[in-house]
Design a protein. Structure first.
Length: 139
């Protein structure tokens, strides 16, 4: 089964759904360890810092956003850690997942339509194409 599980989270409904599926996967293996990865986008972070918060407050705010997701795992006795990284979400998730050799990556999908995905791309699509381990996309 899957012992090292990476879940990309951002506090959205889609990432919460992905986390719920990851709880199910992790529950199947008593020694599973889950890493919740939150990527702080430089451009969005800079805007938040300019408008309201310093970078320390911003890190605390982001961590607080994903604490309810972490609680899903800890309430089931699943070993979990939070990792905050900086950069553009897609490439950062791919690089981290490939460096750390996770057994599976779980990520939510916003459900872009075909045109939106073709023009904009999506983080989940980029991750699914470039990560070496299996990827579970949750709608």
């Amino acid at each position: 089964m899957y012992k090292r599980i990476l879940v990309a989270v951002d506090g959205s409904l889609h990432s919460k759904r992905a986390a719920m599926h990851a709880v199910f996967l992790a529950s199947a293996s008593p020694d599973a360890h889950v890493t919740l990865l939150y990527v702080l986008d430089y451009d969005k972070t800079r805007t938040d810092v300019i408008h309201s918060m310093n970078s320390d407050e911003l890190h605390i705010d982001r961590k607080n956003k994903i604490m309810p997701i972490k609680d899903l795992f800890t309430s089931k006795g699943i070993s979990t850690e939070i990792k905050l990284l900086h950069g553009e979400a897609g490439p950062v998730i791919v690089e981290h997942a490939n460096q750390e050799n996770y057994d599976i990556v779980v990520i939510g999908s916003r459900g872009l339509n075909t045109l939106q995905e073709m023009v904009l791309g999506s983080v989940s699509h980029k991750v699914a194409k470039r990560v070496h381990s299996p990827v579970l996309l949750i709608k």
